[in-house]
Write a protein that binds this ligand. Structure first.
Ligand SMILES: N[C@@H](CCC(=O)N[C@@H](CS)C(=O)NCC(=O)O)C(=O)O
Length: 245
């Protein structure tokens, strides 16, 4: 048995073949769920999934920390190699899976500048979007004691970040031409950059934003609508990833 796995590792994980996804259908989990569903439609790829109960801290158990010492979902384990290879951190997982399977660059870019732009927006969300949004989610939904200063700080920062997306998508600061997607020349093309940010931004109502807050971001709302139509997005955020009782 690989040292990656210990006695307590569930057999569905240690005995998995091919790509195995350990996830929970939160925004971070949904990024990778959506990409795998897109790749299934494009290339017929297959994988197996374990739903991790983060409400019961399954991601902090010893067996899980072997796969991800950071104790967070999701993790992708690639069992197609000579030894199982775990990939952590959602943006790295998206890049790994696209590099492995998306040979036609349908969700990525071959042109180095467009590819760089995709990575810039992927990193933007990973480093500047998800952290304040995640804190807002925690302080507004889960924290036992209400902390108005924390809620205000992370709410304002999340709105600021929505404003960054709006500025980029509206084209106001560039050639004035609105963009449809975050990366790619012209109007842009749906890519990993959109997959990275979409599942978070789409949850604006859950974290207490109201329609009137979102009126300042018409290009972002149009971008959300465009992406939510996609079959893979519906499947990747849907019932398939809810744990069966
Ligand atoms: N930077 C990490 C963040 C992952 C993350 O925060 N996952 C959350 C779910 S959305 C999680 O595992 N929460 C449970 C915990 O923090 O213990 C990534 O992009 O993969």
């Amino acid at each position: 048995m690989s040292s990656l796995y210990i006695e307590s590792t569930p057999s569905e994980v240690s005995k998995a073949n091919g790509i195995h996804l350990l996830t929970y259908s939160s925004p971070n989990g949904q990024k990778v769920q959506i990409l795998l569903e897109e790749l299934a439609l494009l290339y017929g790829i297959q994988w197996t999934t374990s739903i991790i109960n983060i409400m019961q801290n399954e991601q902090k158990e010893d067996w899980y920390l072997r796969l991800n010492p950071n104790g967070k979902i999701p993790v992708v384990v690639d069992n197609c190699r000579s030894a199982p290879f775990p990939v952590i951190e959602t943006s790295a997982e998206l890049l790994y899976l696209a590099e492995k399977y998306d040979k036609d660059y349908a969700l990525s870019f071959q042109d180095p500048l467009e590819r760089s732009q995709m990575i810039q927006w992927l990193f933007f969300w990973h480093g500047s979007g998800a952290p304040p949004y995640g804190q807002l989610w925690y302080f507004s939904k889960f924290a036992k004691d209400k902390n108005p200063a924390a809620i205000e700080r992370f709410r304002n920062e999340t709105l600021r970040v929505f404003g960054v997306l709006e500025l980029h998508l509206s084209g106001k600061n560039s050639d004035g031409q609105p963009r449809e997607y975050l990366a790619g020349s012209g109007k842009g093309r749906y890519s990993l950059a959109d997959i990275g940010a979409y599942p978070w931004v789409a949850k604006w109502e859950v974290t207490g934003f109201e329609k009137k807050d979102m009126e300042a971001f018409p290009s972002v709302l149009a971008w959300l609508e465009r992406i939510e139509q996609r079959e893979a997005v519906k499947t990747g955020t849907g019932d398939k990833y809810q744990k069966k009782p």
